[in-house]
Design a protein around this ligand. Structure first.
Ligand code: CS2
Length: 469
């Protein structure tokens, strides 16, 4: 038996399920990027809003931009799926009902553009990962949004909110710039003016650790439910969302969200989250992959790694956080989240797309520290771990692929650098990767800090380097 509206009644009583009438809902939200993250975050918040009643216009039509697999898994379940919140204390299962439709942008985007241009659509949200903002092809997220907005404008329909939930600083501004730049190249001036004046692009900070679902998750969850769910989502219990309250055409009353009035407020939260959560995540992921600590909790169980991450955050990241007092206990709680033994979050998953992540996770912090004349030894070790990781071989001699849109360029850079006889010149060369290091290329204080860190990682290995850090 499959998870389906008709089998909801057979689930064990402890499994939470929608209490609202899904059949009467309309899709006010079109979401681009129907991966695990959104199903553990926006869809869960929306499910809670629907459960609280009074939000019948806020179902979600979820769109996969490339692969049909999520649609193929969810369509036979009428969009229902299980959210499994796990930590050392156990697992709580909840069937989420807010995703009413699962679609794929497989026809150049025409059908999705039509969906965005449907009268009830009032929010177009996105979780498409950092690298997706670089593309504005017609079937990219930015391209689909412009096609949809263009149809809405032509039909004389109302404006919508374009809501980025990706891990980028000022994500709403990034999206707005991308959409308007494409509109300026393609569209009539009236469309550009309409988007710029009437549609809104709130910035937001999202936080929840959501590893990729594995087959063993599927089996365990099916056994607990008594029915098969083709694509459940596993996440930590912790959740957070700070969003600028600028919605062009209304929003659900999402419970537990921090709505803020200004971009400055959300920017302070974004900085906190990107530098602390994601900065530490990337640091431990590169160290973990190279050392053979396959998951975040295994890495965190190494006392020297835990000490290093704690010290990096306390001594070099927290002093750069301005505009917001770091909430009491934030760092300790974060370390506890990383140590969650029930997630099996693979370091290799976090290590993906480093070139797209390093700038906002680590280099903004480095810039602020350098401007303040402050040391960067711990941050440099995190960056050195990335450069070391890019060699594609772990300490046990196993080769792995570098999953990164800039992988060919990065590998060419490593080869060039390796050809240089002087160790300092080699490291300096590596910083001349403009899309990542930008104005920090060749910065002497950065190079000075990277040289011993990289040498130690190469010559002594991760564990000994951390012991001495
Ligand atoms: C992770 C994030 O995969 C990654 O790069 O750092 O997905 C992280 O788990 C979330 O941003 C936590 O909110």
């Amino acid at each position: 038996m499959r998870l389906h509206p008709s089998t909801l009644g057979t689930l064990p009583a402890a499994v939470q399920r929608p209490t609202y009438d899904r059949a009467s809902l309309r899709c006010g939200i079109v979401h681009l990027g129907l991966g695990a993250f959104v199903r553990a975050h926006l869809a869960a918040y929306t499910d809670a809003a629907l459960d609280a009643g009074g939000a019948p216009d806020w179902g979600i039509a979820g769109v996969s931009l490339r692969h049909p697999d999520t649609r193929d898994a969810l369509a036979p379940q009428r969009g229902l799926y299980t959210l499994a919140l796990r930590d050392g204390d156990g697992e709580r299962l909840q069937v989420v009902g807010s995703v009413l439709e699962a679609l794929v942008a497989d026809d150049g985007g025409a059908a999705i553009a039509q969906r965005i241009a449907d009268e009830p659509t009032r929010i177009v949200s996105l979780t498409v990962t950092e690298k997706a903002y670089a593309s504005d092809a017609p079937d990219s997220a930015v391209g689909l949004i412009l096609q949809g907005l263009s149809l809405r404008h032509a039909r004389g329909l109302g404006p919508v909110t374009l809501l980025s939930l990706d891990n980028l600083p000022s994500n709403g501004h990034v999206l707005r710039r991308r959409v308007l730049a494409l509109a300026e190249r393609q569209g009539p001036a009236a469309l550009v003016g309409w988007i710029g004046t009437h549609c809104t692009f709130p910035c937001s900070m999202v936080d929840r650790i959501v590893p990729r679902t594995t087959d063993s998750d599927r089996e365990r969850i099916a056994a607990a439910l008594g029915v098969h769910d083709a694509w459940p989502v596993v996440a930590e219990p912790f959740i957070d969302w700070v969003v600028e309250d600028r919605f062009a055409a209304g929003r659900p009353d999402w419970p537990g969200v921090r709505y803020v009035a200004t971009h400055d407020e959300v920017a302070a939260w974004e900085r906190l989250k990107l530098r602390m959560v994601n900065g530490a995540h990337s640091a431990l992921a590169y160290l973990g992959v190279v050392a053979g600590w396959t998951t975040v909790d295994i890495a965190m169980a190494q006392p020297a790694l835990r000490r290093y991450i704690d010290a990096m955050l306390r001594d070099e990241v927290e002093p750069t956080l301005t505009g917001l007092a770091v909430p009491t206990g934030y760092r300790a709680r974060l370390l506890q989240r990383f140590a969650n033994p029930a997630l099996a979050h693979r370091c290799a998953q976090i290590a993906m797309d480093g070139s797209q992540k390093i700038p906002q996770r680590l280099l903004g912090t480095v810039r602020d520290r350098l401007a303040a004349g402050a040391p960067i030894a711990q941050l440099a070790l995190a960056l050195a771990a990335w450069l070391h990781f890019l060699r594609g071989r772990d300490e046990a001699g196993n080769d792995y692929a570098i999953d990164d849109p800039l992988a060919p360029m990065l590998q060419a850079l490593l080869r060039d650098a390796d050809a240089l006889p002087d160790p300092r010149a080699r490291v300096e060369r590596l910083t001349h990767c403009a899309p990542v290091f930008g104005d920090l290329a060749g910065e002497p204080r950065l190079v000075d800090a990277l040289v011993p860190a990289l040498r130690s990682l190469r010559e002594r290995g991760v564990a000994a380097t951390l012991d001495a850090a």
